[in-house]
Ligand binder design. Structure first.
Ligand code: ADP
Ligand code: MG
Length: 153
């Protein structure tokens, strides 16, 4: 199941799905998270980080644009580009270097920096469905496909 969709009935389901992702993602994977404000993108990242053993808070890097984590010997970068406006900031802030074979990048609002971001291995979309959400995932590269194929939902 390299492309799939799944209903997420409540917040716990989104956290659990993030946890499942944590089991299969490998360093060097670049994930775009799509969906409106409140869709559950940060919740998914929180579930993923918790499953990797992160005990602290996971807050939206709305103003800092990126929050770095080191968990399970993995460098993880959580981007929220909602407020990203200045392309010159991209290299100045060193963001380019965050996308490397040793790090796992999760990017909220990739649309805001489309011309600067490397292509995603996996696209994950969250949308409202009833009281809950629907997640739609698709892989664009071989490594992305390998990850999603291993998912045990
Ligand atoms: P985003 O990062 O996409 O803006 P957040 O992750 O901050 O969104 O979450 C928005 C809200 O949606 C939170 O209050 C969270 O509890 C809620 N939420 C997350 N997943 C679900 C779900 N599957 N069903 C219902 N509510 C959810
Ligand atoms: Mg968010």
């Amino acid at each position: 199941n390299e492309n799939f969709t799944l209903a997420l009935a409540d917040e716990a389901a989104t956290l659990a799905f993030g946890g499942k992702l944590a089991e299969v993602l490998t360093p060097g994977t670049n994930i775009y998270l799509h969906g409106d404000l409140g869709a559950g993108k940060t919740t998914l990242v929180r579930g993923l980080l918790r499953a990797l053993g992160h005990a602290g808070k996971v807050k939206s890097p709305t103003y800092t644009l990126v929050e770095p984590y080191t968990v399970s010997r993995l460098n993880l970068y959580h981007f929220d580009l909602y407020r990203f406006v200045d392309p010159e900031e991209w290299d100045a802030a060193g963001f380019r270097d965050y996308f490397n074979p040793e790090s796992l990048c999760l990017v909220e609002w990739p649309e805001k920096a489309q011309e600067l971001l490397p292509a995603p291995d996996i696209d994950i979309r969250l949308q409202p469905e009833g009281e809950g959400r629907r997640v739609i995932a698709s892989a664009n590269t071989d490594s992305g496909k390998q990850c999603l194929t291993k998912l045990n939902l």
